[in-house]
Design a protein around this ligand. Structure first.
Ligand code: PMP
Length: 472
């Protein structure tokens, strides 16, 4: 039940909510009042196709998840210092999707908390402090994570890079340091992973220390939906382990079957991490996250004698919800669905690339896709302006997408897993129209600013101020 006008909500937010808190379309924000499956509805009841919400994994307000949460909330919610079935069943569920050696869980409330605990475990287990992370990576908003997230500390107002943090190039073979246009495909993994070997050697020679941990997403979301080259993670894991470190797979964005084939992104690379962190999709919007590790690492933590307690982590309601998410993924075959619909989407985007020269690359897996926009295909010059235009115009067409990557030129698609082929058709035909319109307007030098853009209903809307939206 909404009581306030959008204007009043905006005014109150302006007054009482920190200005640095992200807001999509800040110049003309959306007020979303309800959601269902892959649709969001604003205060007027207008529907938006949600192509960016990887948190509402099994669909917004999925009845089975809502019911599980409500039912448990009406019986008991308390911290996990009492025995309860939900937490152990949830742990068992997670472990059943993991390689054998990953057998111990810790429950927390967000991806940031999960990564912070992972760093703590790594420090305790290895006795080292040096962290290796990737360029453009984001691992969370806690101080410990901003320190290792190049995506944030690299910004003009960000903190200086800390001495214990070492950043290796993002293994982006399309527009990164080593490209598939300049090197044979087989050489790329070694070129990128050798950088990590060099970091390990430098740390040893200059600091006389071993490595604590390497942390990376198995497919890099903030870096621009990047898929590392084959064998890259295998080689990196070898280098890190030889330097005394452990390997952390951040599955906060790509986990829980989004990639279709496997439950977890690291499984696509045929590696076994020492710690896996997960969050976002785990609670379908409810704050629940987890860290999974080996018995050995868990023992090192326990042997410190310092007990771990987290007031909300693993409470019966959160675990009931996470269990319902697992059930729903399985009951509705959502991994298979992500694979089939994802392939359909990938192929349709590839077809679009044949028509629009500004599409330089289409990449991804399952329902995790990136469309990289360029000004020149040969030179691969990023086209941030077209990406910004696309995000803004798609919103006017009631389709929500975001852009990301270091040059903000990659259109990200990571919808709820119930996204279907009709949604793909709608997305692709609208993108086709928007890109055509962009090409024609830039060819004719006709400024789009100040003109009116047609809405989905055939009405005309004032143009939405162009701006980039992010979705982390
Ligand atoms: N890791 C990755 C890869 C993420 O994308 C995010 C959030 N976008 C986090 C960690 C942090 O998760 P949270 O916002 O739940 O703290």
């Amino acid at each position: 039940m909404e009581h306030m006008s959008k204007k009043d909500t905006m005014a109150l937010r302006e007054k009482h909510i920190g200005k640095s808190c992200q807001l999509f379309f800040r110049q003309d924000p959306l007020k979303i009042t309800r959601a269902k499956a892959q649709y969001l509805y604003d205060e007027k009841g207008d529907a938006y196709l949600d192509c960016i919400n990887n948190v509402a994994h099994v669909g917004h307000c999925h009845p089975a998840v809502v019911e599980a949460g409500c039912a448990q909330m009406s019986v008991l919610n308390t911290n996990n210092r009492f025995l309860h079935d939900n937490i152990v069943l949830c742990a068992q569920r997670i472990i059943s999707t993991m390689p054998d050696k990953l057998s111990v869980c810790y429950f927390v409330n967000s991806g940031s908390e999960a990564n912070d605990l992972a760093l703590r475990l790594a420090q305790i287990h290895t006795g080292n402090r040096q962290i290796v992370a990737l360029e453009h990576a984001y691992h969370g908003h806690l101080t410990s994570l901003i320190d290792i997230s190049h995506y944030k500390f690299n910004l003009p107002g960000g903190p200086p890079q800390k001495d214990h943090v070492h950043v290796a190039s993002c293994p982006d073979t399309y527009r990164g340091k080593f490209r598939d246009s300049e090197h044979p495909k087989e050489a790329l993994s070694k070129l990128y992973s050798d950088e990590i070997a060099a970091i390990c050697a430098k740390v040893r020679d200059e600091k006389g220390e071993g490595i604590c941990a390497f942390i990376a997403e198995s497919l890099l979301s903030c870096g621009g939906q990047v898929i590392p080259p084959e064998n890259y993670l295998k080689d990196v894991y070898d280098h890190i382990r030889q330097a005394g470190g452990i390997c952390i797979a951040d599955e906060v964005q790509v986990g829980f079957g989004r990639l279709g084939k496997q439950w977890w992104g690291f499984q696509l690379h045929d590696v076994v991490p020492d710690i896996v962190t997960m969050g976002k999709p785990m609670g379908n919007g409810h704050p629940v996250a987890a860290v999974v590790t080996t018995q050995e690492i868990a023992d090192s933590f326990a042997n410190t004698g310092v007990e771990y307690f987290n007031t909300y982590g693993g409470n019966p309601v959160s675990c009931a919800i996470a269990n319902a998410v697992f059930d729903t993924i399985e009951r509705e075959n959502l991994r298979e669905h992500a694979l089939v619909v994802g392939e359909y989407l990938f192929d349709a985007c590839q077809m679009l690339a044949k028509k629009h020269m500004c599409i330089g690359d289409v990449r991804g897996m399952g329902l995790f896709l990136g469309i990289e926009l360029v000004k020149d295909r040969e030179l691969r010059i990023p086209d941030k302006e077209t990406a910004t235009y696309v995000v803004s115009r798609m919103r006017a067409e009631h389709i929500l997408v975001s852009s990301d990557g270091p040059d903000h030129n990659v259109i990200k698609i990571k919808p709820p897993m119930v996204f279907n082929k009709e949604n793909v058709d709608e997305f692709v035909s609208t993108l086709d129209r928007v890109l055509k319109e962009r090409r024609e307007s830039s060819q004719g030098q006709a400024a789009v600013k100040g003109t009116e853009t047609p809405s989905k209903e055939g009405r005309t809307r004032k143009p939405i101020k162009e701006e980039r939206i992010k979705s982390i």
